[in-house]
Design a protein around this ligand. Structure first.
Ligand code: F6P
Length: 293
């Protein structure tokens, strides 16, 4: 039988392993609860986006679970405008996107949970993450994590997450591209770059959920971007809660990330709600793009 997540985590720090396990258990509750949390709430988040009932519930639920562990010091969540202080004696600082791509819930498409884990206080550069993971609530619920020891994927079975693939590396050459934002708003050089990829036979796959779209790149190789737009120079994705954890995972899988100038993991955050143009994928594709931009 395949190894469980719990068994796989035996090689990493005990407390970090217990936090990852806690998140994995919580994600199981989230996937079961989603059918009971449909519809919009009457509030907006700090970015002016209408919150869904599921967004708010998952945020409160996960932060409560973190609090119970006693080892989480603070949390930066996409649904909150300030750092949530949990336990002075805590060891870990966590970034949280409780339900990434939640606008996909209405049409029953991909959504996920994204987590970054640090010992350093937040906000800090993504390169200081000691672990990152995402859970994808798709046809099956999968969990992908790194603790700086490669990238490993697990699938939820009845009682536990079971190892699906260990030490995942982005396939070379990649075959997919997925780009957010209106094409008419992409910058001219970026349009040119994508045209070249299309001419080389790269195929478009875009689902509107960062976790889902990146998971495709992880398995098939290629590039995902929510680029700088003429209308929104910083793009859409949030540096702390979205782009940093995913950049760490992709780097551990042999890929790379950039904001057009440097690795996303090197960016010094100015605030916790900062957005960042995000380009992620196979190293050679990111290098070529960086040169062009
Ligand atoms: O930031 C939230 C998010 O839903 C991401 O998961 C996704 O990549 C992006 O927004 C989708 O944006 P759009 O609806 O503009 O394609």
């Amino acid at each position: 039988m395949a190894r469980t997540l719990k068994q796989h985590l035996k090689t990493i720090d005990k407390e970090l392993a217990s936090l990852i396990l806690k998140i994995s258990d919580s994600s199981n509750t989230i996937s079961k609860e989603l059918p009971n949390r449909m519809g919009k709430s009457d509030t907006k988040n700090v970015y002016g986006e209408t919150q869904l009932i599921a967004d708010k519930w998952a945020d409160e639920f996960l932060i409560d679970e973190f609090k119970k562990t006693g080892i989480v010091k603070s949390v930066v969540s996409e649904e909150r405008s300030e750092v949530v202080k949990l336990n002075k004696k805590g060891i870990f600082n966590v970034t949280l996107d409780p339900l990434d791509g939640s606008s996909n819930i209405e049409s029953n498409n991909m959504v996920g949970t994204i987590i970054g884990i640090y010992e350093k206080d937040l906000p800090t550069q993504g390169k200081h993450q000691i672990a990152a993971l995402y859970v994808l609530y798709g046809p099956t619920t999968t969990l992908v994590y790194t603790a700086g020891n490669g990238v490993h994927e697990f699938v939820r079975a009845e009682k536990a997450f079971l190892l699906k693939k260990e030490n995942i590396k982005l396939p070379e050459p990649g075959i997919l591209y997925g780009i957010g934002g209106l094409r008419k708003d992409w910058l001219p050089l970026f349009k040119k770059y994508i045209k070249e990829l299309e001419a080389q036979g790269y195929k478009l796959r875009y689902g509107g959920s960062f976790v889902g779209d990146v998971n495709q790149i992880l398995h098939y190789g290629g590039i995902f971007a929510y680029p700088s737009l003429t209308t929104k120079p910083d793009g859409k994705l949030r540096l702390l809660v979205e782009s940093n954890p995913i950049s760490f995972i992709i780097k551990q899988a042999g890929g790379a990330s950039t904001n057009g100038k440097c690795s996303i993991l090197e960016i010094k955050p100015e605030n916790i709600t900062q957005r960042v143009p995000t380009y992620i994928g196979n190293k050679n594709l990111i290098e070529k793009l960086k040169k062009l931009l």
